[in-house]
Design a protein around this ligand. Structure first.
Ligand code: ATP
Ligand code: MG
Length: 364
């Protein structure tokens, strides 16, 4: 068996992946995939789209897998796992939901923000909805996801840290009260903990429509960058504050020529630099990053059976570990009701049936 420590992390299949996913998480996954035994989860149990449109989830499963292959995740050395095809995730979620206090979930800032967004949509046009029960289940399920392969490391964007803390608390409690099965996993946040959206909003997110997707064409990237929010209005050669212009956050994140970027910042705050210059530069940097991904993606799009094989093989590998973990959990919780030993212990005196069975089994 492999000696490597394990990574479990995942993404919800809500559509094609964007630069926020890449800089916050995927980049680390690619970097660590050979050092760790990796389980990358497509968390389809955890998509609120189910309430509206299941076909979106079905398509997004493929989009996510294609994006993973595009950025260079290797499905031979890592496992691409479809969450709901490993039903042990649901089983462990059910058991763990008894050990997690509701108050702990209600205090979770990520969950609170997500539920508030459902009840009171920011756009002011859509009517608020009531929060599905699944919203309380899904953080427990994330805990179950991480514990299932008994993972040591969870590379994620900053917004996921509260869920990892929850996982650590759950692991500690389970290990103390039952049996020491689970490592206490560490979170690892990417180079850009939370990438802002193209509209200047605090988080690039599909639901806000402020993304640049990994599969966007060069022309689409150019168009999106041209329309990006670039701080408060300024005259053409007017100096500005670097920290008020998110284009610089993007240049910091994606332009490899850091000394030129540093020079531009200085010039920007002293004598001013036109936004067009900054945006053109960003467009070039982004297309340099994305070009190899586009090429790789196109290859797999032309051979979707490889994508299917990657998902099938990875899910099967995860299932083996999941069964093993559930055996350990059942043993720790002492749930093996039907074991022969247990039945025999409950029986006041050997009943004729048991005696008969025993002697039959024991007989030659
Ligand atoms: P979206 O809102 O676009 O659907 P999401 O946050 O719902 O994105 P998840 O599937 O929940 O996406 O998250 C996948 C991973 O990507 C997580 O580790 C998350 O922290 C990270 N991530 C998502 N968006 C960003 C972002 N803008 N900056 C940094 N990391 C991000
Ligand atoms: Mg998502």
């Amino acid at each position: 068996m492999s000696e490597r420590k394990r990574i479990l992390t995942g993404i919800r299949p809500t559509g094609p992946l964007h630069l926020g996913h890449y800089a916050g998480a995927l980049e680390n996954w690619v970097r660590l995939q050979n050092e760790y035994e990796c389980y990358f989860l497509i968390a389809d149990y955890q998509v609120s789209d189910y309430a509206d449109d299941i076909s979106r989830v079905r398509n997004a499963v493929w989009e996510v897998a294609l994006d993973w292959l595009a950025v260079g995740l290797d499905p031979e050395s890592s496992s691409f796992v479809i969450e709901s095809l490993v039903p042990e995730h649901a089983e462990l979620t059910t058991w763990l939901s008894w050990f997690l206090p509701l108050g702990m979930l209600e205090r979770n800032p990520t969950l609170r923000a997500e539920m508030a967004a459902i009840e009171n949509p920011e756009d002011g046009q859509t009517k608020g909805k009531s929060v599905p029960v699944a919203f309380y289940n899904y953080p427990v399920m994330q805990v179950a996801n991480i514990l299932m392969p008994r993972a040591h490391l969870v590379p994620v964007g900053e917004d996921q840290l509260p869920h990892i803390e929850l996982t650590r608390e759950t692991a500690r409690r389970f290990n103390r009260e039952f049996k020491p099965i689970f490592p206490e996993p560490e979170g690892l946040v990417g180079r850009v903990p939370r990438l802002v959206g193209t509209d200047g909003n605090a988080k690039m997110s599909k639901s806000r429509g402020n993304t640049i997707d990994l599969k966007d064409s060069a022309a689409t990237v150019a168009k999106k960058v041209k329309a990006m929010y670039a701080g408060p209005p300024r005259g053409l050669d007017e100096p500005g504050k670097v920290e008020e212009n998110p284009i610089f956050l993007y240049l910091d994140a994606f332009d490899r020529d850091t000394s030129t970027v540093a020079g531009l910042k200085e010039q920007y705050s002293k004598t001013g630099v036109g936004n067009k210059i900054l945006k053109d530069r960003l467009t070039v940097a982004l297309n340099e990053l994305l070009d190899p991904f586009r090429e790789q993606r196109a290859q797999y799009e032309g051979n979707m059976s490889l994508v299917r094989e990657a998902l099938e093989a990875g899910t099967n590998r995860a299932r083996v570990i999941a069964k093993e973990t559930m055996e350990m959990v059942r043993d720790a919780l002492d749930l093996n009701y039907l074991s022969k030993f247990r039945v025999a212990a409950l029986t006041p005196s050997p009943s004729p049936d048991f005696a008969g069975e025993g002697s039959r089994r024991g007989g030659k």
